[in-house]
Design a protein around this ligand. Structure first.
Ligand SMILES: Nc1ncnc2c1ncn2[C@@H]1O[C@H](COP(=O)(O)OP(=O)(O)OP(=O)(O)O)[C@@H](O)[C@H]1O
Ligand SMILES: [Mg+2]
Length: 512
């Protein structure tokens, strides 16, 4: 899963990755060369008291260190840039896929989980790419190179590596095996916290109205506590792992100094022993980097699985090749023998629905709570597809229409706290209703069907200003008013100075 995801999303960054590998290779070689130079300075300069040798080789060391720094900086720059690009592309991929989802798929994952997948899960994969490109590329080169250089310094002493490396690998593997299931739980519990938080924000009015604050606080505390518990368990394991690795590294240094001390004078110089110790540290550091990777990989794998689940899900609302069927009457909504059942439900919510909403008329759908009003309206913009029957509107037939059919068959508006009544009204006015003047040239007065409608209308009039009251703004005719304008296929409404709304002129307006 993880490999497949990375293969797809890393492909556009191939050039940058090649650069990263190249620069990491050079900087690792430079790092590996430094202890050998140091050993030379000790054996041939310090012990023999040759200052010229020390200065000469000291200068070379400085040059090599400079090359190493520059290469490391360039590699990290391109590595980070690539990783951020991959993160951006995966997020965009999920976003595009979710845009095609019907309510059914959104319900299947749940909005909170989709949010976590787009943010936190992608972040984990992105982190893995950063670590891989900045640390992991150099780790194998460092490990193999370190072993070769250690062998070059002293072969018998290198036998210690046969014990030290397996011990380190075993210690790390034991810890990582326990981390893997915990990471899966962490992601799920982040989902839960997201869900509870979201429910509380969207339902804040109901919570306050029914005085459920205490209950909701306890519910959030429980979800939060569960996330803390599993995060603590992860933290504890991590806290064990690093001291364990350091213990192995320090015991290894003691062993090298102990056995290496006995080798001095028997074919080994002091400089070579220092170099060997440096190489041992480099080898163990690279093993540690790899272990760091082993921590990251399981979590990123879990996240990649969750991301791919979204990317592999196809919408249940199918799009046929020729989606638009021209109907003779415009602005009509027609439902014929429509049946709809939610996935997994025993009985359909709607069955045998026959309904015609005529152009120029306001049709209200009335029913008791849970009778299926919202479900029925959801069928119009194809948030769901009817399981049986036909739902057609103006220029499209549900079951064979696309949400991109032109012109858009319906405008869908749900009043919410994020859509102010004034803005809502201003847009529907421009998009759906002509604003003719009377024969005397005075502005046409709106009918007053509901108090709330009057309020929105007043807000709109205030916003639009004097010109809006005096000039006729006929939808679709290209005439303009300061607040709203419409031209061609689209009507735009700038309700505040900074925000601008666009909405297709539509013969069918659905409000709930
Ligand atoms: N996503 C869903 N999955 C399964 N069942 C659902 C889903 N949404 C609604 N239902 C069920 O479908 C039925 C109709 O729900 P719907 O929301 O359409 O009713 P409604 O008439 O709009 O109710 P209200 O007046 O409360 O808004 C209810 O029994 C509800 O429990
Ligand atoms: Mg409803």
């Amino acid at each position: 899963m993880l490999l497949r995801l990375l293969r797809v999303y890393l492909r556009p960054h191939t050039k940058a990755i090649v650069l990263v590998v190249l620069f990491q290779f050079v900087q690792t070689l430079a790092t590996l060369y430094l202890p050998t130079l140091n050993a030379d300075i000790i054996d041939n300069g310090v012990i023999k008291g040759d200052t010229g040798y020390i200065l000469r080789y000291g200068g070379i060391m400085l040059g090599v260190a400079l090359v190493q720094i520059v290469c490391a900086a360039v590699a990290v720059y391109f590595g980070a840039k690539t990783a951020m690009g991959v993160g951006r592309d995966i997020r965009a991929g999920i976003f595009d896929r979710v845009q095609t989802f019907s309510v059914r798929e959104v319900g299947q994952f749940g909005a909170p989980s989709l949010i976590t997948r787009t943010t936190n899960d992608v972040q984990q994969v992105q982190l893995l790419v950063v670590i891989s490109l900045t640390l992991m590329v150099s780790a194998p080169i460092m490990c193999v190179g370190g072993i070769l250089m250690a062998l070059n310094q002293d072969v018998p002493l290198s036998a210690l590596l046969l014990v030290i490396i397996p011990v380190l690998v075993v210690v790390v593997t034991l810890v990582i095996r326990q981390l893997r299931p915990l990471f899966r739980t962490v992601q799920k519990r982040i989902d839960t916290v997201n869900r509870v938080m979201r429910e509380q924000i969207t339902g804040i009015r109901v919570i306050r109205a029914f005085v459920r604050d205490g209950y909701e606080q306890r519910r959030f505390a429980e979800a939060n506590g569960q996330l803390m518990d599993v995060s603590l368990a992860v933290g504890r394991l991590m806290a064990i792992m690093f001291p364990a690795v350091m213990l192995v590294m320090n015991l290894s240094s003691v062993a090298v100094l102990w056995f290496g001390g006995h080798r001095i004078g028997h074919g080994m110089e002091i400089g070579a022993l220092t170099a060997f110790l440096s190489y041992l540290m480099q080898i163990l550091m690279s093993v540690m980097m790899a272990t760091f990777m082993f921590i990251m990989v399981p979590r990123a794998e879990v996240c990649a699985e969750r991301i791919e689940e979204v990317l592999d899900t196809d919408t249940s609302v199918t799009v046929v090749p020729d989606p638009v069927t021209d109907l003779t009457v415009h602005g009509e909504l027609e439902l014929r023998n429509v049946e709809f059942g939610y996935p997994g439900a025993e009985q359909p919510v709607l069955s045998g629905i026959d309904l015609t909403a005529h152009a120029g008329q306001t049709t209200a759908i009335i029913g008791s709570t849970g009778s299926g009003k919202t479900t029925l309206l959801n069928l119009v913009p194809r948030l769901f597809d009817a399981t049986r029957g036909r739902c057609s509107s103006t220029a499209s037939t549900s079951g064979s229409s696309t949400r991109h059919c032109s012109p858009a068959p319906s405008a869908w508006c749900r009043r919410s706290r994020t859509c102010s009544p004034a803005r809502w009204a201003a847009t529907c006015v421009t998009a759906t209703r002509p604003r003719p003047t009377t024969s005397s040239g005075t502005p046409w007065r709106w009918p007053r069907p509901a108090t709330s409608w009057r309020r929105w209308r007043r807000a709109w009039t205030r916003r639009s200003g004097r010109a809006a009251r005096t000039s006729p703004a006929v939808s679709g005719s290209g005439s303009r008013s300061p607040g709203c304008s419409s031209s061609g296929r689209r009507s735009t409404c700038s309700t505040t100075r900074s925000r601008r709304w666009t909405m297709p002129p539509t013969p069918l307006f659905v409000a709930r």
